[in-house]
Design a protein around this ligand. Sequence first.
Ligand SMILES: [Zn+2]
Length: 152
Amino acid sequence: MEDCCSNVKEIKNENNGICPSCKNKSKNVKLITLKSLLKPSALETLNAKENHYFCSNEVCDVVYFDTNTKKYLVSDIKVAVHQKDGSVTTPICYCFDWTKEKIKQYVKEGITPNPVEHIRENIKENRCGCEINNPQGSCCLGNVTKFINQFS
Ligand SMILES: [Zn+2]
């Protein structure tokens, strides 16, 4: 049964990675990221056998969705999601708590450590845990750099 239908899953996956709500092309995230960041009420509905994706579109309310287009919204996540939340107290670097306002302040006033250098240093020492801390499930450095480029 499994074998004869083996290419069904492939076809299903090919159509995926497209947000069911906003049609944004979304990146695959590991299950551990959802397990870590979903509120209990959402976690208990998780379909652990499916592939999961992260929608980074700022105007879209969907944070994660799976291969069956089951959706997890902003309100299902324990933390504020950088890409979808303009609040100055929302982190961009979740591991070392660099919020938008703190990054802006340190860069503008030239306070040390510089956020990018500080994050790089901690990555080098293998201290970052993006998979379980950052809703996108991957390194924040690109987001931090992009944010700094917006005002400097
Ligand atoms: Zn979306």
